[in-house]
Design a protein around this ligand. Structure first.
Ligand SMILES: NC(=O)c1ccc[n+]([C@@H]2O[C@H](COP(=O)([O-])OP(=O)(O)OC[C@H]3O[C@@H](n4cnc5c(N)ncnc54)[C@H](OP(=O)(O)O)[C@@H]3O)[C@@H](O)[C@H]2O)c1
Length: 245
């Protein structure tokens, strides 16, 4: 599979890109720091034993560069079968409440610009008769929750967008995979107190790769979060107002 990958330098993206490279997928890296991308590229080459892994700059804060980044991936790989987006921004709710400009940036990166990037990817995949678009959203988008009001709102919008894509374009060959991680121990969650079901990025990557191969439209990872969120979605508002979850 020929894969354009935004966000492979750390966390769940690093784990997933390593699995893909190790099984023989051709991965092209997109990200905001060229030195980090080069390091990740060398790491993937060592794991795949194949030729050099290409990379191009792509910053989710700069939508003007999205088309060129995907063009570079297509040119290098000779087309794209899949585009994976694990890149995303996070900040604690109290920080975002105190700094409206920071909140604006997070909303822009996690919703508007991620959707714009996906629109560029969608057009390219459909032009070749279809493919797979894999995007990391979050369980945080499933209810309005006190600790993740703004981040969760952006992810809620992202999940709805991906659901709409799946409804409209699956018949034309576009397989949309919306990944909903629960709490996973990565640099994004450094310094936060892990809940009982905290996940490991390598475990998440295995679950997500299986979902990609099956073309599953929604995947919770680790899978226990499907049951956790089933309960949370059913809780009445007066309970949600009382609990800190
Ligand atoms: N960890 C969790 O508990 C959790 C839970 C639910 C959902 N998620 C979602 O899952 C995805 C992966 O999370 P993670 O925990 O693996 O994160 P992570 O370890 O913090 O890695 C984030 C990745 O996003 C990239 N990135 C951040 N801002 C970017 C920008 N403006 N432009 C381009 N790339 C950018 C980072 O690149 P650099 O190396 O350049 O910084 C890095 O590769 C995110 O969408 C996150 O919202 C995470």
């Amino acid at each position: 599979m020929k894969v354009g990958f935004l966000g492979a330098t750390r966390g769940m993206g690093r784990s997933l890109s390593r699995l893909m490279a190790a099984r023989g997928d051709d991965v092209f890296l997109l990200g905001r720091d060229l030195a980090d991308l080069e390091r990740s590229a060398r790491d993937l080459e060592a794991r795949s034993g194949k030729g050099p892994v290409g990379a191009a700059p792509c910053d989710l804060e700069r939508p003007g560069g999205f088309a060129a980044a995907l063009d570079a991936a297509e040119a290098r790989l000779g087309g794209l079968d899949a585009v994976v987006v694990t890149a995303g921004d996070f900040a604690r709710q109290d920080e975002l409440e105190q700094d409206v400009e920071r909140a604006r940036r997070l909303l822009e990166v996690d919703f508007t610009n991620t959707v714009v990037f996906c629109e560029h990817a969608r057009k390219r995949l459909l032009a070749r008769g279809g493919g797979t678009l894999v995007v990391f959203s979050s369980v945080a988008g499933e209810r309005g929750r006190k600790p993740v009001i703004l981040y969760g709102a952006a992810k809620a919008g992202l999940s709805r967008y991906l659901e709409g894509l799946d409804h409209k374009f699956r018949a034309q060959g576009l397989r949309t995979v919306c990944v909903k991680p629960g709490f996973v121990k990565t640099s994004m969650t450094d310094g936060l107190r892990p809940p009982p079901f905290a996940g490991d990025p390598d475990v998440v990557a295995r679950v997500v790769l299986r979902a990609i191969d099956r073309g599953q439209p929604v995947v919770y990872a680790p899978p226990i979060w499907r049951s956790v969120m089933l309960v949370i979605r059913l809780l009445p508002r007066f309970v949600m107002r009382r609990i800190g979850f």
